[in-house]
Ligand binder design. Structure first.
Ligand SMILES: NC(=O)c1ccc[n+]([C@@H]2O[C@H](COP(=O)([O-])OP(=O)(O)OC[C@H]3O[C@@H](n4cnc5c(N)ncnc54)[C@H](OP(=O)(O)O)[C@@H]3O)[C@@H](O)[C@H]2O)c1
Length: 492
């Protein structure tokens, strides 16, 4: 299979920090199909050699194991090309069309590719225009797929507008919305655990599960991206997309087939079953916070409004914790807690499935109930926390042990990173791990009452609650779970 992968935004931060390293890893693992060309697009006047030099310089900033040797980079770079285009100029799209349709031998292939993946890694305000112009030059045939990076809109209306613009040119099956959490190995393993084994599914319900927690914690602040972040906030940046996508993977019914629409139909049903917020519950069940100066991982750090390019009186939330429920037979009454924030005590992301306590304890206790921990960051992994007999006398005491359910370790293969997996899925046209437009719009619909309540609170002078950098967020977040008799799991 021959392919062309075009990176709009090929000189951007996302391209050099995530996408190109992921493509390099895919190539190194021998997973990138032979006969492929990778085309970076940007406005700078570069040729292929200039772009390769630029990228090699950037790669020097990557951390040790992901940094290629000069020799490996040069082999990989043979597939890299560059085209100078201004995506706001309709006339420039003809150049792209010519490059794709009439390859030159020195570019590595004599015929047009079987598959063309157009990855939009630019600001989303360009997406409608890019799609329209791609359609105008006929770059929307059945061999073409378009990959859309987040953020896809800032509310339901703007998300719909982007989807309409994309949908006017590309069919739903050609439009691949990225949520990189879905590409993580632990999420793949969760699906395998649930639907590839008979053991867990009978327990995966309200009768056996007491609560579910999703924590996506960052120790970093907004850094130099304050301007972008202040227009976005944690609810839009993390909850509407990543946290809700993870929730759907946990809560969905078993799909009838391991096939994109069967999976996405089940995920959509979860989103539709989420307990809706109203003006009252948006204030009772959602906590928003903003970090103040503090000590994070041993270092004194400034507060959010002291970061560069953040307005001094910003009311943007850098932390959200919320409680919701999935209103169906499987999950009725089981609280789902989501928590995300910047400048928290640790940079770690995990899901904890808390099982119920044994109905009749016979060992001297108390003991923690079983839990399944799905680790997403910094390392992927799956652990089942159990209790085992401890000591020579056998049944006298129970002690916690954890069972490593990380299936990847059983296979002596290189671990596949999230972007690497998603890029390969896009090239192969497998849609299972991409978000369908109706899922994305349903997620926006669900967060809208919260955004509305915050707008009203802002107007009334009620901003986010402060928390010290390096803490686990405002005290209200602990109170939210304590109300139900729970506490957040310690860092995993
Ligand atoms: N950075 C991340 O880690 C990250 C993570 C998730 C999602 N995202 C999203 O991904 C998108 C890109 O982010 P980024 O951080 O890579 O942004 P960035 O560093 O500002 O890069 C923007 C890219 O778009 C190109 N571009 C802008 N206007 C253009 C035009 N008129 N014609 C052609 N190219 C144009 C720029 O190329 P030239 O300036 O060279 O022309 C550059 O390559 C954003 O929507 C962002 O929210 C980023």
């Amino acid at each position: 299979m021959s392919f062309d992968l075009v990176l709009f935004g090929g000189t951007g931060d996302l391209a050099w920090r995530k996408l190109m390293p992921a493509l390099f890893q895919a190539w190194r693992h021998g997973k990138l199909p032979a006969g492929g060309r990778i085309l970076a697009v940007g406005r700078n006047a570069l040729d292929a050699a200039g772009y390769r030099d630029w990228l090699q310089q950037r790669f020097n900033d990557l951390s040790g194991p992901t940094r290629p040797s000069a020799e490996a980079f040069s082999d990989f770079a043979a597939q890299l090309h560059y085209l100078q285009l201004d995506l706001t100029q309709p006339a420039h799209y003809r150049r792209l069309q010519r490059w794709l349709k009439q390859p030159k031998a020195e570019e590595g292939r004599a015929a047009a590719a079987d598959t063309v993946v157009l990855y939009l890694a630019t600001s989303p305000h360009l997406f409608p225009q890019i799609c329209e112009q791609l359609g105008a030059v006929g770059l929307n045939g059945p061999e073409v797929r378009v990959v859309l990076e987040k953020p896809l809109g800032h509310d339901l209306e703007s998300a719909r507008a982007i989807n309409r613009a994309v949908g006017a040119v590309f069919s739903e099956s050609q439009a691949l919305r990225i949520d990189h959490y879905l590409g993580k190995s632990a999420v793949q393993n969760l699906t395998a655990l649930r639907f590839g084994n008979a053991l867990f599914e009978p327990l995966w319900r309200r009768e056996s599960i007491a609560s579910i927690e999703i924590t996506l914690a960052e120790s970093l602040g907004v850094g130099t991206r304050g301007d972008f972040y202040d227009r976005t906030g944690a609810l839009r940046d993390m909850v509407q997309n990543h946290a809700l996508q993870l929730l759907t993977m946990i809560a969905m019914e078993p799909p009838a087939r391991h096939e994109a629409d069967a999976i996405r139909n089940e995920k959509l049903k979860v989103l539709q079953a989420l307990k809706p917020f109203d003006a009252h519950s948006a204030r009772r069940d959602v906590v928003r916070g903003q970090y103040r100066a503090g000590v994070c991982q041993g270092r004194a750090v400034p507060g959010y409004t002291e970061e560069g390019s953040v307005p001094a009186h910003s009311r943007c939330e850098t932390f959200v914790a919320l409680r919701t429920e999935v209103r169906n037979w499987r999950w009725a009454g089981v609280p789902f807690y989501l928590r995300t924030g910047k400048r928290l005590a640790a940079g770690s992301a995990y899901i904890v499935v808390n099982f119920r306590a044994v109905p009749h304890p016979i060992f001297p206790g108390p003991h923690p109930a079983n839990k399944l921990v799905i680790k997403l960051q910094p390392e992927d992994g799956l652990e089942l926390h159990l209790l085992a007999a401890k000591g020579a006398s056998g049944l006298e005491t129970l002690a916690p042990v954890s069972l490593d359910l990380d299936f990847d370790k059983a296979f002596l293969e290189d671990r596949v990173g999230a972007y690497e997996r998603l890029l390969l899925e896009a090239i192969h046209g497998r849609l299972n791990l991409f978000v369908r437009s109706d899922e994305q719009e349903e997620a926006w619909r669900w967060v809208e009452p919260v955004l509305q309540a915050w707008r009203e609170d802002d107007a009334a002078g009620l901003g986010p609650r402060p928390y010290a950098a390096g803490s686990w967020g405002p005290a209200g977040a602990s109170a939210l779970v304590a109300r139900d008799g729970f506490s957040w799991a310690e860092e995993q």
